[in-house]
Design a protein around this ligand. Sequence first.
Ligand code: ATP
Ligand code: MG
Length: 400
Amino acid sequence: LASLILVRFGELTLKGNNRQHFEKAVIRDMRNRLRDYPRARMKTSFGRAFIELNGEPFEPIADQLNHVFGLSSFSPVQSCDAEAEAIRETALHVMSQLERIPETFKVSVKRPNKNFPMDTLQMQHYIGGYILPQFPGLKVDVRNPEIELYVEIREKHAYVYCEVYPGLGGFPAGTNGKGMLLLSGGIDSPVAGWMAMKSGLDIEAIHFHSFPFTSERAQQKVLELAQRLSDYSGRITVHMVPFTEIQTRLKQHCDDRLLITMIRRAMMRVANKIAERREAGAMITGESLGQVASQTLPSLTVIGQAASLPVLRPLIMMDKAEIVRLAKRIKTFEISIQPYEDCCTLFVPKSPSTNPNAKIIEKLEESAPWLEALIAEAADSAEVLEISGEKQSHELESLF
Ligand code: ATP
Ligand code: MG
């Protein structure tokens, strides 16, 4: 049983003010997540923090830490007085808590407390020599040990641990500005949103629905996806945009082969309007090169030209297997594969153009004078929902 969790955060490249800003944001996120564990106390010092558990359980708190961006790793730690005998007893205790006795190990001592009576090497031998005979078959291997037992000796206390769990890394929420995520009900866009969050973007989501061609259940699915994302950010704003009329009118207006490009451009323009109103600096999509006809280089170019803000595509060079692996890890996959259709599946023609011509598309749009007004109307009539964390799930259900 650990009495503390040692948390390490930081980005290697950060300096000065940026570093402070970064650390503050990580600490704020961790504090919010510890609220449900009132006895847990957090103490911070440069680049790291200690969480004193005071009887609170390790596992659920570790799960919370697995949702914190900007966190590089953490370890369950035993602390004791900075006194040689207490330290070696604690070291023995930590070793005996391991699920399986390793074949090889090594003791690594750090000694920031320069007044400690034994030096690093002496202390390593003192602890190692005490532990070895207690576990038959255990050997020391300084090069490639199965278990590394870390001991850090400070002024008053010493810390002992041997497990290091990787954190998510990345940048804490909002440290790099805000992005507007185009969130469909598919597998890709939630993953794209998560990656954008990991890059320090605060996210709002926008979803285009074609009610009544698509069901309310399809919208609920999107809100559930948003909720999974909010597990990482605490909350997320979702803009639900009625898109039926634009899609139906465009379908009557143009050749089937160009329909998907026209629809995507209209989406971009609505999203761009809402993004600007919400002071987002970019849009984010789940597009991935070559996946479908609308994701060839020429298609992406023509679609992107409808937006004045930059369009970020975190998945652009990932293959489907990698995307699915991430979707499973962030727990959006199970929701995405539910069979409710999002609007586009209904309006996707059999053989869309993979090489749409920008001039032709622009001409088509010019010959649709009603389009501009419908785009403005769609942006204005978006329904805005606030989704936050797991506890809101029952409220979600009552929405429909
Ligand atoms: P996804 O799995 O995210 O749906 P996809 O591979 O199915 O992606 P498309 O359906 O071509 O690809 O959509 C490309 C991108 O356009 C999506 O990743 C998403 O960002 C955006 N998008 C598509 N449909 C919608 C929608 N109904 N609402 C909001 N954004 C959408
Ligand atoms: Mg899709």
